[in-house]
Design a protein around this ligand. Structure first.
Ligand SMILES: [Fe+2]
Ligand SMILES: [Fe+2]
Length: 315
């Protein structure tokens, strides 16, 4: 079964040119520029993706941009504090399915993002490619390999068996609710139509929070990040907090790329952010590498899953 998603996957800040206009250098998800002639093989920027297509199809680009903008209009209007609170509560029950991490990887494989020109492959390839790339560069950090493997599993929220949430409630950059929307948010203007925008309690810099309160106390827009964090945490994963932080905030581009909202972070967040920066370098890169032989690497990842997760998880 293949489920085609109508809209692009906005899991990264898609208005970000992937090739820097002046230098022609590759820009990775999160705005990391790959310097020319870098020796680290994992960061060699391929000119074509796994299917021989150029990275940017300029004819499709303007149509794509319109789709992106419309996506963020809907996301910014509909993600309110109350909406997020309700969905966290609802999905926090974890009463929809029981399955292993690997079964979820296979389930996500049914989701093919038909309209992302750089991601024609099933999701499991994106998961394994990013995990394998990190494994190569950080061989001793097995928790980071597993974190990469599972970081996007929350996208099952798009599937009918998980409520079939709309794209704007699953993917795209994330941002805090309950305080002012920072200008660093992509297409910031659409927040003016968000009911929270005119709520005085939410419209100051700190809003309902206090300086340095820690991101754990901040309500972030609902999507695949926070859902997978809840799944991992509530099922008692033994992944280190940096792994959970990566899963939970990898789409929080206004923070980890834009440098906004740092006043809400505490010391632990700041430490974990360093690992998130490491992780983000691998997100776009991994969408273009040669296909990973799933059967070959499967035993390694099964051993990691066994190390850090129970055999069956509640979803
Ligand atoms: Fe993601
Ligand atoms: Fe990803």
């Amino acid at each position: 079964m293949t489920i085609l998603i109508e809209h692009p996957d906005f899991g990264s800040q898609v208005d970000d040119p992937k090739v820097h206009e002046e230098t022609n250098e590759m820009v990775l998800d999160g705005g990391f520029v790959v310097p020319k002639g870098i020796s680290n093989e994992a960061f060699l920027a391929p000119e074509v993706n796994a299917f021989g297509h150029g990275f940017r199809d300029y004819n499709a680009e303007s149509e794509r941009q319109k789709g992106v903008e419309e996506f963020y209009r809907l996301q910014h209007i509909n993600q309110t504090y109350d909406f997020v609170r309700r969905l966290r509560e609802e999905y926090g029950k974890l009463n929809r399915m029981e399955m292993s991490i690997w079964e979820c990887c296979e389930l996500l494989n049914d989701v093919v993002d038909d309209s992302d020109p750089d991601l024609d492959e099933p999701q499991i390839q994106h998961l394994l490619q990013s995990a394998e790339a990190i494994r190569k560069d950080y061989p001793d950090e097995d928790w980071l390999h597993l974190t990469a493997l599972i970081h996007d599993l929350g996208k099952v929220l798009l599937l009918p068996s998980f409520g079939g949430l709309p794209q704007w409630a699953v993917v795209g950059d994330t941002f805090p609710l309950g305080c002012a929307f920072d200008e660093a948010n992509i297409h910031h203007k659409y927040f003016k139509e968000n009911p929270d925008y005119n709520n005085p309690a939410y419209s100051t810099k700190n809003g309902i929070y206090s300086e340095g309160c820690g991101l754990n106390n901040v309500m972030i827009s609902w999507g695949h990040d926070d859902y997978m964090y809840l799944v991992a945490k509530e099922n008692g994963t033994t992944l280190p907090t940096a792994g959970l932080f990566i899963i939970r905030y990898h789409s929080f581009y206004p923070l980890h790329k834009g440098g906004a909202y740092t006043h809400l972070m505490n010391k632990e967040d700041k430490d974990n952010l360093k690992w998130l920066h490491v992780f983000n370098k691998y997100d776009l890169y991994s969408k273009s590498k040669v296909l990973v032989d799933v059967e070959e690497v499967k035993p390694y990842y099964l051993s990691l899953i066994e190390k850090y997760f129970p055999a069956k998880l509640r979803w």
